[in-house]
Design a protein around this ligand. Structure first.
Ligand code: HEM
Length: 283
C-alpha cells in the first residue's frame, strides 16, 4: 500500500472519530428534514423514477442504482466523478462526510483511478479484484458465475430475504408498514447464502465478509428496516415516495457508529453458519 494511502486512511479514521464525538453532542434533524433543502429528496420529494434503459450503466449496489434511476446520479450511470458520488451519497443517505469520502476513495483505488480527477461508469463499481467490494453470496445478486451482469437484482433472493422479516414497528399506524427486517433476519439469510456458496466450493475472505455485513447493515441503519421501504429499494431500485434516511443525526452515520451494527451482524452470521453446519452433520 502506498504511503499516501496509509496517511489518507489514518486521516479519515481520525476525522471519523472526531465526527462521532461531535455527533453525540449535536441535536438531530427533526423528522422530515434530514435531506438538506435544495437537494433531491428534500421534504420527501424524490425526482421522478425512470427504470434503466438499454445502454444505461448499473452496478451491484442497489442504492447507487436507485440514485441513477432517480437522476440524482446521471441516469445513464456514466462519467461520474468520485466527488459527485461523495456529495450525493451524503445528501441522499445521510452518511457522515468521513464515510462519503472514504468509500468513493476506496473504490477509486480498486479501479486504479484518481479520486480527484477521474470519472467512472456505475458498472465499473462491480469490479472483482483483491481490492474490489463485489463478492459472491450477496443478498440481492446471483453470484457472478451464474449472472455476469451484476447490475441486475435477483428478485427470488430479495423476496426470500424479505419473507424472513420477523420484526414489528409497534409505532406504525398502518399495519402494512409495520413489518421489519431485523439484524438476526439478515444474519440468518447471509449465513444461508454463504453456506450455499461453500456447498459449491466457494468461500468469502475476511474483507468480503465484512463488506457483506456492512452492506446488509445499511438496510437497517439507513433504510430503516421497514419491508415496505426495502421492497422498492431492492426490487425496483427505487426510492419510495416520502422516504428519508432513518439516521437523523446532523453529522450523518459515521463509520465508528456504523460498526456497532456491522460487527454484531457479522458475528451473528457466523453463529448461524455454525448452526447450519451442525444441522447438516446431524443429518
Ligand atoms: C461510493 C459508494 C458505494 C460503493 C462504491 C458501493 C459499492 C457496492 C458494491 C460493489 C456492492 C456489491 C457487493 C456484493 O457483491 O454483494 C454493493 C452492494 C450494496 N450496497 Fe453499496 N456502495 C456504495 C454506497 C452504498 C450506500 C450509500 C448504501 C446504502 C445507503 C449501500 C448499500 C448497499 C447494499 C444494501 C448492497 C447490497 C448487498 C447485497 O446484495 O448483499 N451502498 N455496494
Amino acid at each position: 500500500m502506498a504511503i499516501t494511502s496509509i496517511f489518507n486512511d489514518a486521516f479519515v479514521l481520525t476525522w471519523d472519530f472526531i465526527l462521532t464525538i461531535v455527533d453525540a453532542v449535536t441535536p438531530s434533524h427533526p423528522a422530515g428534514h434530514v435531506v438538506p433543502a435544495g437537494h433531491p429528496g428534500a421534504g420527501g420529494e424524490w425526482p421522478e423514477y425512470v427504470s434503466p434503459g438499454e445502454g444505461d450503466s448499473r452496478c451491484a449496489c442497489p442504492m447507487l442504482n436507485a440514485m441513477a434511476n432517480h437522476g440524482i446520479l446521471p441516469h445513464d450511470g456514466k462519467n461520474i466523478s468520485f466527488k459527485t458520488m461523495n456529495e450525493t451519497i451524503r445528501s441522499t443517505y445521510n452518511f457522515s462526510p468521513s464515510f462519503c469520502y472514504f468509500v468513493p476513495n476506496y473504490i477509486a483505488r480498486a479501479l486504479d483511478k484518481d479520486y480527484f480527477k477521474d470519472t467512472f461508469d456505475l458498472e465499473q463499481i462491480s469490479v472483482r479484484n483483491d481490492k474490489g467490494i463485489e463478492h459472491d453470496a450477496s443478498l440481492t445478486r446471483e453470484d457472478v458465475r451464474f449472472q455476469p451482469d451484476q447490475g441486475k437484482p435477483h428478485i427470488p433472493f430479495i423476496n426470500e430475504l424479505l419473507a424472513t422479516a420477523s420484526g414489528k414497528d409497534t409505532s406504525a399506524e398502518d399495519p402494512e408498514n409495520a413489518l421489519m427486517l431485523t439484524s438476526d433476519d439478515l444474519a440468518r439469510y447471509s449465513a444461508k447464502r454463504r453456506t450455499d456458496l461453500e456447498n459449491i466450493g466457494g468461500k468469502l475472505d475476511f474483507i468480503h465478509k465484512m463488506f457483506g455485513s456492512s452492506n446488509s447493515a445499511t438496510l437497517l441503519r439507513i433504510v430503516g428496516g421497514h419491508v415496505s421501504d426495502l421492497r422498492p429499494f431492492l426490487i425496483d431500485e427505487r426510492i419510495p415516495d416520502k422516504w428519508e434516511p432513518a439516521i437523523r443525526s446532523r453529522v450523518g452515520l459515521t463509520m465508528a457508529r456504523f460498526n456497532l451494527t456491522v460487527l454484531p451482524l457479522e458475528f451473528s452470521t457466523r453463529k448461524h453458519m455454525k448452526a447450519l453446519a451442525k444441522a447438516k452433520k446431524s443429518g
